[in-house]
Each structure stands twice: as C-alpha cells, then as structure tokens.
Design a protein around this ligand. Structure first.
Ligand code: AMP
Ligand code: MG
Length: 413
C-alpha cells in the first residue's frame, strides 16, 4: 500500500505530456498553447485618433481659448479606415474619427466637444497638451514582442490577441483520449431492460463526465463481464487510447479478475493506496499507456478519479497547474476516522461572514452516490488524524467551481 502523495508522485512521473496539434483559434479556447507567439508588427500599426474631433498642428492652437478660438481650415474628413494622402499645412485641420490614422503633419487631436464647425472652418476653443488624444503605433504590442507564452491556457482575451496579430491557427497540446471500461456481471447499460439483481453502470457515465470536465476526450468502452476473455479483449482495446480507466474488479473478491489480467499484461506500479474512499486502486503503464484501475464503488471511483486521473489528464494536455483550489473551513461537527488512511469526506460549504464552514453530506459510505451529489468539496483529513472536532479548521478541496458565484453582483451591493 502506498501513501496518496507517493502514489500521485509516481503517477505524474510516468504520465507523458502529449504532442502538439494545430487548431483554428476559434476552436482553441481552454486549450494549452504549445508555442510562444511573437507579433510580427506593431499594434496599433499606426498612430491613430483616440477621439472624434480635429487633427491639428499644435503650434496653430497652442494659444486657443474660449474668448480667442483658433480658426483652422478643414481640408478633409477622415472616417476610421481611411487615410489622408496629403500632408497637413500650418493653419489646416482634418476632421477625424476615432481609430483613423493621424495625417502627416498633425501632432495633436482636439476632441469635437471643444470645437465648433462653421462652414469650411473649425473653431478650436482649447489648447490641449501637444500629442493629446493620439494612440501611438505599438502602444499595445511592439513588433517582435512575445505576446503569449507557451503553456498559457487560452481564454477569450488571448483569442482576441491572436486575431489582432493575424494568427488564425495556433499550436496547442493534444487532449488525451481516455477509454473508460466498467467491469462486473451485475452491470446494465442505462437503456437495457431491468433484470433482477442488476444495477446500472453509473460509473461509466460519471467517468465520462469527469473526463470531459477536465478536457479529456472520453471513449466509452461499455461493460466487460467478469470473465477473462471479455476483460482481456476490452482492456486491450482500451490500451489503443492514450489512457485507460477501468472501474471495479480490483479488490479481493472471487470475481475481481482485473488484477490478475493486469499482472499478466505488464508490471503495475502499485495496487493499493492509503485512502478512504478508494483504497483498492491500481496504476501502471502497460504497452506504453497509463492505466488506472479504479475501485467499483461509485464514490470511490469518483474520488480516486479526482485524486489521480484528473491531474494526469491535465498534465497530458499540457497544463502546468494540475490541482483544484483548496480552502480552509471551520468544521461544524466532530468527525471520527481510522488512523493510517487519508480520508476525503464529502461536504457542503457555507460562507458565513469572513469564514467558510463545512458540514458532511451525511452517510459517507462508498456506495452512497447521493453524498457525492450534495458535495461541494472534499474535506481532507490526514492519515495520522483520528478525530477532527467541531470548530476546528480543516483543508477542503473545492469541487464546485460555482461555489463563489452569486445571484446578485456582489461588487455592486
Ligand atoms: P467491485 O470493486 O467490482 O467489487 O465493485 C464494488 C461495488 O461497486 C459493487 O457493489 C458493484 O456493484 C459496484 N459497482 C461496480 N462497478 C460499478 C459501476 N460501473 N457502476 C456502479 N456501480 C458499480
Ligand atoms: Mg465487480
């Protein structure tokens, strides 16, 4: 039996980062950039107006005031997207819209509110600082500048930046294809007719969702019966994917055949982890593919996926930050536990004043899927601890990413 920390260390040591693929930027949101992005040009590419108004030579307006406005001859009208081919001479102005390139000869823009048009002339009532209201070429991004770094998780602003430098394709890390195999004679698929003594293969579905949630590509292999040939065929099929996750059949019952088959196929790294739920859990690299044999109990399967498979999928997809956030919470009840095992206890969370409080979701049996349904987090109780008391602060892994969301805008209250 290995400790959780040791198990995680061994797993991540063996799990490779996948290769790269090129994607259209519109499909790259949430993916991990596999290259540095260098801008070939300036953004903005040229000096342009930050206001609607008049582009002028500052010398002509430096003494302008309400009482003594400067009078300039308007020689052109410049909407955004058009350029002024000539050069501004002293005494002239160009009517300019936000975003239009600054005409040669102009060095300042006076905003429309401080001017008045009268026929071919513009009256300028103020004298802003020289260079005012001009957005400089390269003030956002300079040519040859690195705008995005390899390893960045792409968000909408990054996509906008890529577009603004004319990059329609980028190199990102591949998402792992994760084969999911449920094992057990007692299992039925969701749409099969009921039979006495059977249960639905709920792990198969929860695991698909867990894989998808962290960015892997789930491949449903369905159910393998507790028979050597069926298990062997389906496990070999699963090893064609990037990762294989099985559930069930790894404890010590008469029909727990997964262990025996894996031992024949290759060398597993470990078979048991000192945690609850989820103690029977095997990991190994077989035919070059990471294989996780998770326990069959629904909660154990989900919790061990959280601990070990999720960070592995994230690592394979190029992520650097592999772990969910944790927070400190005040326990609302005493919790007793066995020594020697880390316990992951499903809990609900309550924000009270400046503190967060945690209470268990009730029965913590590893078959009680509803305890997982209610859980917003997992309280982590270390192996050496046998009692945590109400009022004590504990570490909680935050499972529910919406926990800090709220129905009203908290910044506007
Ligand atoms: P096992 O580890 O195969 O002995 O399974 C332990 C418990 O988990 C048994 O009660 C199984 O019925 C249950 N179980 C195993 N696989 C699944 C599954 N895919 N979906 C739901 N429950 C399962
Ligand atoms: Mg079984």
């Amino acid at each position: 039996m290995v400790a959780v920390k040791e198990a995680l260390h061994r797993i991540l040591e063996h799990v490779p980062r996948l290769g790269k693929e090129r994607l259209n930027i519109l499909e790259s949101s949430g993916r991990v950039l596999a290259e540095d992005i260098i801008s070939s040009g300036n953004i903005p590419p040229w000096d342009n107006s930050a206001m609607d108004g008049y582009a002028v030579c500052w010398r002509d307006i430096q003494k302008a005031s309400l009482e003594k406005p400067a009078m300039l001859k308007v020689v052109a009208d410049l909407p955004a997207g058009k350029i002024f081919n000539g050069r501004l001479s002293p005494g002239q102005a160009v009517r300019i819209m936000t975003g239009a390139p600054i005409p040669r000869g102009a060095d300042t823009v006076v905003q429309a509110e401080d001017t008045e048009k009268s026929g071919e002339w513009a009256k300028i009532f103020v004298a802003p600082k020289k260079g005012k209201n001009i957005r400089r070429a390269g003030e956002d991004v300079k040519a040859e500048e690195r705008v995005l770094e390899e390893g960045t998780v792409l968000r909408p602003a990054h996509i906008g930046m890529l577009a603004s430098i004319k990059r329609s394709f980028v190199s990102v890390y591949q998402r792992p294809r994760v084969a999911i195999l449920s094992t057990g004679d007692e299992l039925l698929e969701i749409d099969e007719p009921w039979e006495e003594g059977k249960i639905i293969n709920s792990n198969g579905y929860a695991l698909v969702a867990q894989v998808a949630e962290c960015g892997g590509i789930p491949l449903q292999l369905g159910i393998a019966k507790d028979r050597r040939e069926d298990l062997l065929t389906k496990i070999q099929q699963g090893l064609l994917a990037d990762v294989l996750v099985t559930s069930g059949g790894v404890s010590v019952g008469d029909y727990d055949l997964v262990k025996g088959i894996l031992q024949k196929l290759g060398k597993m790294n470990f078979w048991k982890v000192a945690m609850r739920p989820g103690q029977p859990l095997a990991f190994g690299v077989i035919s070059g593919k990471p294989l996780f044999a998770l326990p069959g109990n629904p909660v154990s399967s989900m919790v061990s996926f959280e601990q070990f498979v999720r960070p592995s999928i994230l690592k394979m997809a190029g992520h650097r930050n592999l772990f969910r956030p944790t927070l400190r919470a005040v326990l609302r009840e005493d919790i007793e536990k066995k020594g020697g095992y880390i316990h992951f206890i499903r809990c609900r969370l309550f924000a009270e004043g400046k503190k967060i409080h945690a209470s268990t979701t009730g029965d913590q049996g590893s078959g009680i899927l509803s305890s997982m349904v209610k859980a917003q987090g997992l309280i982590v109780l270390p192996g050496d601890k046998t009692l945590a008391r109400a009022g004590e602060e504990v570490t909680v892994i935050l499972l529910d990413p919406t926990f800090f969301h709220s129905p009203k805008p908290p910044h506007l209250s």
